[in-house]
Design a protein around this ligand. Structure first.
Ligand SMILES: C[S@@+](CC[C@H](N)C(=O)[O-])C[C@H]1O[C@@H](n2cnc3c(N)ncnc32)[C@H](O)[C@@H]1O
Length: 309
């Protein structure tokens, strides 16, 4: 624990911050997507032979790893796999691979029994200590934990303190609340596809002074318009783009928000950079250009943030 608090007082980010305006329409590098054979010529014949969607979804729902995901996600990924793979076995295998890429890989370290223990109820006396432990068990939040205080000071320094904050595909990020310094009554809505994380976040909100709600929502299924002062989409666009090509722009377009803060990892889970910062910068620039938004960039070790206005 001593180590955690030592880490929190790292130097200011101001020297790493800079303005970055959209500079060109760089095409987004292609991400491989298997074709949907059902929507191609002859697809109706294949449909007759295709695996049964209900059976695929039931198997996903019964699996140890994916049974806590929201129904919309299981149905969507089941349908995706059914359209691409002729047999039940192959369809289920590929659906699970897809779910691992976009969700499972990030929660491998999460001890959900411990999470439930820590949050129901949440010990209010040492909220910062509990939240540090929780942030440390999800791959995405663990990486940013040592820089969390400066991260939110820098972010809200750019956007102003929001009255309404929307944290999409939030994972366990709402447990950053003690370092966000949001005033009492701030509306904080947080969505993810894992019902256990959603429930833990709701316990957090119950013990805090913000007006928070967490919901089990799939960003690719939910058609609701999104309204907030600041939207957080941290380390999420690469994952949703793997689920549906072009969805990032569609999603950002339906947001009515003064600021949208997107972030990307600057190295892989294994720790290699492999040109990732340049790759994601060109994606962020293209999105900002298409949306007609300006953007400001700042970094912390392992993560790059673009605040679009
Ligand atoms: C890389 S993690 C990032 C978590 C969090 N935003 C952060 O940076 O701390 C990606 C998150 O996206 C969620 N996710 C994946 N696909 C989603 C979808 N279609 N709709 C909503 N959330 C999704 C996963 O459950 C996971 O928590």
């Amino acid at each position: 624990m001593h180590q955690l608090f030592t880490c929190l007082s790292t130097p200011s980010l101001s020297n790493r911050r800079g303005t970055c305006l959209p500079s060109g329409n760089t095409p987004q590098p292609a991400i491989l997507h298997a074709p949907d054979v059902l929507s191609q010529p002859g697809g109706d014949r294949i449909l007759k032979a295709a695996a049964d969607l209900d059976a695929i979804v039931s198997e996903l729902r019964e699996s140890r790893k994916y049974r806590h995901l929201c129904e919309d996600t299981l149905n969507r990924v089941g349908r995706w796999a059914q359209g691409r793979h002729p047999t039940h076995k192959l369809a289920v295998k590929n659906a699970k691979t897809k779910l691992h890429q976009v969700y499972g890989a990030f929660v491998e370290k999460v001890d959900f029994a411990r999470l439930e223990n820590l949050t129901s109820p949440l010990a209010e006396t040492d909220l910062t200590i509990t939240c540090s432990e929780i942030l440390g068990c999800h791959t995405s939040t663990a990486e940013r934990l040592p820089f969390i205080q400066e991260l939110y000071a820098t972010l809200f320094g750019i956007t102003g303190i929001p009255d309404r904050l929307l944290d999409l595909a939030c994972g366990l990020n709402p447990f950053s609340l003690p370092w966000m310094n949001l005033p009492e009554g701030t509306k904080y809505e947080a969505w993810d596809i894992d019902s256990r994380m959603v429930s833990a976040v709701n316990h957090l909100f119950t013990s805090s002074l913000v007006k928070g709600t967490s919901r089990c929502r799939d960003l690719l299924v939910d058609k609701e318009a999104l309204e907030a002062d600041v939207v957080l989409l941290f380390k999420t666009l690469p994952g949703i783009e793997q689920q549906e090509k072009g969805i990032s722009l569609q999603l950002l377009r339906k947001m009515s928000a003064e600021h949208i803060a997107v972030s990307f990892p600057s190295r892989s889970i294994g720790g290699r950079a492999k040109g990732m910062p340049e790759h994601y910068e060109s994606i962020a620039e293209t999105l900002a250009l298409d949306l007609g938004r300006s953007m400001e960039k700042f970094t912390i070790p392992g993560e790059i943030f673009y605040v679009m206005r």
